[in-house]
Design a protein around this ligand. Structure first.
Ligand SMILES: Nc1ncnc2c1ncn2[C@@H]1O[C@H](COP(=O)(O)OP(=O)(O)OP(=O)(O)O)[C@@H](O)[C@H]1O
Ligand SMILES: [Mg+2]
Length: 402
């Protein structure tokens, strides 16, 4: 797996200047315990003491993590993000003590840069949320470390790395269409779980680099540092400082700071575009309109005959036309300028699952390709497909913001 030193996405952060000082060196476990109980409703029932005594999330010593990663060796570097560097390491499954490479379980250790963009607050939010949330489509937090000024997070190791690595890096085999759909479904399940929880959670940082993949390409969401409790009572939104990543953050949220679960839905739409096109949300290496994936693709999403123009050429035409078109329609609904008109994640998930079922049933029929002149990929699918909206028509416009 490659690293991501050249990530082109930049964080949107209206509060940057007040947060770049990094972590407070005087933060003690006692402070952390108090802070944990103040982050959103999910955490009020727990303290750090309870989290540490949970068999699921452990406080781990810095020395142990240093040994587990062989002193944070550069050849074990998995990637770099706003929080810091991520290293591969090994620990004993039961004692959680450092073990030799190949023994025990593999872990990914994220080490906060003291001068890092994301600071103690995000570290704490992540420990709080991931410490308490368990779902097959959320990455598992094994432990954390808070010693002096060191802040680390220890996750299950995800052998296939991030979706970003697969979609945008040269080298690895391009992801086949069926795998892209599988990844979208896994990620949608993760988001639907958060949005439909009794105490709703808005993820706020949905993007390709935060979708991690296990050995079978099951997707899991990582990075809960920006997660936020959803609106409660009769509130329609939460007002927050604008945080997230350029290219993925919903325009109305960036403009007003009003956050809803539909902000995540917008980001999901952007990732669907990335899966279709194999291009980044924002690509500074392109020129003009093509720098902005949403702007560039929008005119093609609703046109079955033109959609191929934005499809990932690495797919070499090997995708069912209907599946791509339905996904494009879904993306454009997620990207609706009016947040209330965007579908809910549970609806999106159901549509994607239907699509996957349909693909499985009729795969053999529809994957037969014929050459098409003027097509950059040289192929199109033999069968034409009916106009495909993934939703029963009126549903989306009546969807309420929770
Ligand atoms: N649990 C993990 N298993 C395997 N690789 C991981 C794991 N967590 C992170 N990585 C790798 O490290 C990279 C950096 O992750 P990180 O979350 O720090 O940054 P990012 O997502 O690229 O950016 P940001 O900080 O804005 O979220 C990921 O893209 C991925 O390749
Ligand atoms: Mg990340």
């Amino acid at each position: 797996m490659g690293n991501c030193f050249n990530s082109s996405s930049a964080k949107v952060d209206a509060t940057l200047s007040s947060r770049t000082s990094g972590i407070s060196r005087s933060v003690s476990s006692m402070t952390i315990s108090t802070e944990i109980s103040s982050i959103g409703s999910i955490s009020t029932s727990r303290s750090e003491g309870e989290i540490s005594s949970s068999p699921k999330v452990k406080p781990l010593s810095f020395v142990e993590l240093k040994n587990a990663t062989r002193n944070f060796r550069s050849d074990g570097l998995l990637g770099e993000g706003g929080f810091g560097y991520v290293f591969k390491g090994w620990i004993d499954e039961f004692t959680h003590l450092a073990s030799k490479p190949g023994n025990g379980i593999a872990i990914a250790v994220k080490k906060l840069k003291p001068e890092g963009f994301q600071g103690h607050k995000e570290w704490l939010t992540e420990v709080t949320y991931l410490g308490q949330l368990h779902h097959p489509n959320l990455v598992k937090l094994i432990g954390y470390c808070s010693e002096g000024h060191n802040r680390l997070l220890v996750y299950e190791y995800m052998p296939k790395g991030s979706l970003e690595n697969h979609l945008f890096r040269k080298g690895p085999q391009p992801l086949p269409w069926a795998t892209r759909l599988k990844v979208a479904i896994g990620a949608a399940r993760g988001l639907a779980f958060l949005h439909d929880a009794k105490d709703q959670i808005i993820y706020r940082d949905f993007k390709a680099s935060n979708i991690l993949l296990d050995v079978d390409f099951n997707a899991k969401l990582s990075d809960f540092g920006l997660a936020k409790a959803g609106p409660t009572g009769d509130k329609t939104h939460v007002s927050t400082q604008v945080m997230g990543t350029h290219g993925y953050a919903a325009p109305e949220y960036v403009a007003t700071g009003r956050l809803t679960s539909k902000s995540d839905v917008y980001s999901f739409g952007v990732v669907l575009l990335e899966l279709l096109s194999g291009r980044r949300a924002v690509d500074k290496e392109k020129t003009g309109i093509e720098q902005d994936l949403v702007e560039w693709t929008t005119p093609y999403l609703g046109d079955k005959r033109k959609l191929f123009r934005i499809m990932d050429t690495r797919l070499e035409g090997q995708y069912p036309q209907k599946s791509a078109y339905t996904t494009a329609t879904l993306a454009s609904q997620c990207l609706n300028k009016e947040p209330k008109a965007r579908p809910r994640m549970s609806e999106i998930l159901a549509s994607l699952e239907d699509l996957q079922d349909a693909n499985r049933v009729s795969k053999d029929h529809r994957m037969v390709s014929i050459p098409v002149p003027n097509s950059p990929v040289g192929h199109r699918q033999r069968r034409s497909t009916p106009s495909a909206s993934p939703f029963p028509t009126p549903r989306q416009s009546t969807t309420k913001v929770r």
